[in-house]
Design a protein around this ligand. Structure first.
Ligand SMILES: NC(=O)c1ccc[n+]([C@@H]2O[C@H](COP(=O)([O-])OP(=O)(O)OC[C@H]3O[C@@H](n4cnc5c(N)ncnc54)[C@H](O)[C@@H]3O)[C@@H](O)[C@H]2O)c1
Length: 255
């Protein structure tokens, strides 16, 4: 029997990078996947790939910073599949500029806090409510190494990702006797559109790309699949005594 046979798995950020790899992995292991992303077109592409590998999926166009929309997305999930077993809160943004705090534009502070922190809180709020109703579940939140240490010139990202760790640890304590586990993953550089084409544009700047590679003791970036594998492990019974951790997945960077 597959690890996630008939489990209902809700994934945000499912249209790209780590979220897409996680959705395809849950599906390969038998899960029915709910693919949420603000970019509906990319989420539909992920759905095509899920169907092509013989899986079952539904797409929800979702902005996680809209609480009413998140509530509705959980309701839609339960209306379709009857329950919610696993949630991977992966959607996030890194902001478009690199500046110290005194020069940092207010607009992008609010954007990152609204999506990464408030959005993750909305997801957890409605997921936890449903998991209580269906007798348990597993939540994994995508924080970052910037949830554990500084990220110079991107304070809102570091603040929002530290916040995700605080939410994770608090939820783990609050629901530990309800058969609900809540954990966070804190990766360093993972090769996805966010870092290759986003703020740091590593695909177009060889010096920056080498610096990103050298940050890891392994002298390489991680792959989306390597993070998906950790998410699935944390959602599986093989990690049944683990809740409230902020797990660095970092090629030895923090060591
Ligand atoms: N790539 C890295 O090096 C790295 C390192 C540490 C943490 N992370 C975190 O991992 C997560 C996934 O990042 P990724 O690298 O796969 O990036 P990505 O840009 O490839 O994917 C992020 C996805 O989130 C979606 N999204 C953005 N805002 C949204 C919103 N408001 N509502 C719903 N969906 C939204 C995007 O459309 C996109 O599909 C993020 O939370 C990111 O902060 C990434």
């Amino acid at each position: 029997m597959k690890r996630f046979e008939n489990k209902i798995c809700f994934i945000t950020g499912a249209g790209s990078g780590i979220g897409k790899a996680t959705a395809l992995s849950f599906s390969r292991e038998g899960g029915k996947v709910v693919l949420c992303d603000i970019d509906e077109k990319n989420a539909l592409n992920t759905k095509d790939e899920v169907l092509a590998q013989g899986g079952e999926a539904m797409v929800i166009a979702l902005d996680i910073s809209n609480g009413a929309a998140v509530k509705k997305a959980i309701e839609q999930t339960v209306a379709t599949y009857g329950r919610l077993d696993c949630a991977a809160n992966i959607a996030g943004v890194a902001g478009p500029v690199s500046k110290r705090i005194h020069e940092y534009p207010e607009e992008f502070w609010h954007q990152q806090i609204n999506v990464n922190l408030t959005g993750t809180w909305y997801c957890m709020k409605y997921q936890l409510g449903q998991m209580l109703k269906n007798g348990g579940g597993n939540i994994v939140n995508l924080s970052s190494a910037a949830g554990l240490i500084a990220q110079p010139e991107n304070a809102p990202y570091a603040a929002s990702k530290h916040g995700v760790v605080g939410l994770t640890r608090t939820a783990a304590k609050e629901y530990a006797t309800d058969n609900i586990r809540v954990n966070a993953i804190c990766p360093t550089a993972i090769e996805t559109p966010m870092i290759m084409e986003g703020r740091r544009k590593l695909a177009h700047n060889e010096d920056a790309r080498q610096a990103a590679i050298n940050f890891q003791a392994m002298k390489r970036m991680g792959t989306p699949q390597e993070i998906a594998d950790v998410i699935l492990w944390l959602c599986s019974d093989r990690s049944s005594f683990i809740t409230g951790i902020a797990l660095a997945a970092d090629g030895g960077a923090m060591a």
